[in-house]
Design a protein around this ligand. Sequence first.
Ligand code: FMN
Length: 377
Amino acid sequence: MSEFPTLQDIVLAAKQKLPNATWDFLTYGSETETTVRRNRRALDSLALVPRIMRDVSEIDIRTSLLGMTLRMPVVLAPVGSIALFDPDGALAAARAVEDFGIAHIVSGYADPGFEAVAKGCKAQLIYAFHPRYDWPFVDDLVDRVVAAGYRAIAFVAEAAYYSRRERDLMSGIQTKAKRTRPYAEWLGLQREERAAGKIPSKEGLLGTVITWEMFDRVKRRSNLPILLKGVTCAADAVLAREHGADVIYVSNHGGRAIDHGRGSVESLAEVIDAVGRQCEVIVDGGFVRGTDVLKAISLGAKAVAMGRMQSWALAAGGQAGLARTLAIIEEEIIVNMGLLGVNRLDELDRGYLAKTDPVALAHPLSAFPVALERIGG
Ligand SMILES: Cc1cc2nc3c(=O)[nH]c(=O)nc-3n(C[C@H](O)[C@H](O)[C@H](O)COP(=O)(O)O)c2cc1C
């Protein structure tokens, strides 16, 4: 994969290979796309403050999450429509992760299905559970996840309603969730499915019911560690801790759920202040580079998850493209740790950060100025 010297080459290759509607579906977000842009703006509003005159000849970026060893503090976020970017979908991602030595959170919507992914590799896998108000469905699914050998469950709480993604509504792209259909058509379909008994009566017509009761039940039934995905404020972080979440996963769904949310990194600081070191905290939303990862670790996160970067990498070059991407991110982390003057991740703290003004207009590609110039906003 020497054809990809940089992450920018990978993004450019993804843009070239994907049909426009698929590129837009992957890259952008809901309604005004303010949350997507704020994810980047929040990261771009943090400057790194290096220390000098230190021996940084041996840098170790290994860490652990829920007892899993991670070669670097990065995991792959759940991506439901991953097969749009590579025909092997979540299996390609899991195999890249297995070779590299990190972990993959497999979306419940991902092809070729969570059981096939577990059978096809020996990667460290977490299952992303999308709740549904239907106890027999929940119990059965949890049992299958446990039987398939998943190490933990990420309970996805931030997407009770499928957001209005205007680029997708305009292009008419059909994804697995089918919900990019016009609103009236979708509503009609749901009414028909409910009348036929296919949707539990407690489900809302456009959304789903997600409760702490359901979270507790998944935790009890699976007896696996649980990550709560979608926490963005101190109050929910405290509740998550009270309900025994093993990992608090700060996420605004990459700006694909609520619009006009805060940038993820702003939420991260608030969540860590609320729960301290009592829970492991991970975060996603706008993270694409080694320096982004170092900012989250300096704020107190254990690891960072990547959704779009993973998907661009698969689109650019399949499993090998993702392997190359992980290798570049690893190199960026090592180089920038050396330049920051630290040898180990646990030496990083907020003293290595300062608030600043972003130098570029916030955009999902603002970390890639050359690619952005060539692709256009
Ligand atoms: C194409 C795509 C599909 C996604 N599908 C899911 C999903 O099925 N379940 C889920 O919990 N999150 C899903 N997400 C959200 C990611 O898990 C993650 O929260 C988000 O992508 C992080 O932001 P980033 O893309 O800027 O890294 C998806 C994201 C993308 C880009």
